[in-house]
Every structure is written in C-alpha cells, then in structure tokens.
Design a protein around this ligand. Sequence first.
Ligand code: SF4
Ligand code: SF4
Length: 104
Amino acid sequence: MGMRYVPSDLEGEANKDLEDLRNKLLSRPSPGASGPTGSWRLFRPEVSAAKCVKCGICWLYCPEDVIAWTQRELPRIDYTYCKGCGVCASVCPTKAIEMVVEGE
Ligand code: SF4
Ligand code: SF4
C-alpha cells in the first residue's frame, strides 16, 4: 500500500488546543455561597456606544471574566456575575464606561 495524503486542519487543531488550555487554566464565573455575585454590586458599569472604540482593554482586565468582546461589537457585560468593582471603567482609555449607582 502506498502513502496516503491526509489533509490536516492545523489552525483548527491549534485553536482547539488553546481553548482546552484556557478551560484548564481559567476559572469561570459561578455562583458564590450566597448566590450569583452580581447581587453584591453597588455600582453598575455602563458602556457608552458613542465613546467605545472596541479596543478590548476592559475585557482583558476584568477580574471576573464577565465581559464578552469582539472587535466588531460593543463589549457585553454579564450582570449576573459582574461585582461592580470598576476596574473596567478605570482602564478604559476613552472613558466609555461609567459606573452608575445600581438600581438608578
Ligand atoms: S476599554 Fe473602553 S473603549 Fe475599549 S472596548 Fe472597553 S469600553 Fe470600549
Ligand atoms: S465592574 Fe468589575 S466585574 Fe464588572 S465588568 Fe467591570 S471589571 Fe468586570
């Protein structure tokens, strides 16, 4: 039998390896002993569509990993687990995130 060429999806395999590694290394937001951590929040981050340049820095720095980001969309914050720490607002280079009092 001769050798057979089997095409491989190297990029797909590399992406899967990275995703597997990410899942092993990073914890995911999950409920604390007293429920979802968003219930602790006193201030709520709100993103201004007019000011956001979609740079992803807020996504990179959020200590709770509750910001979803792509280069084409505004960052989306999972308020179920966002603790309202304000790190995202502090690091945003265009001041596009305002911390507002929760419930207002
Ligand atoms: S850091 Fe600010 S400008 Fe950058 S994506 Fe987040 S909200 Fe938008
Ligand atoms: S306030 Fe804190 S937990 Fe909430 S999205 Fe910003 S950095 Fe993440």
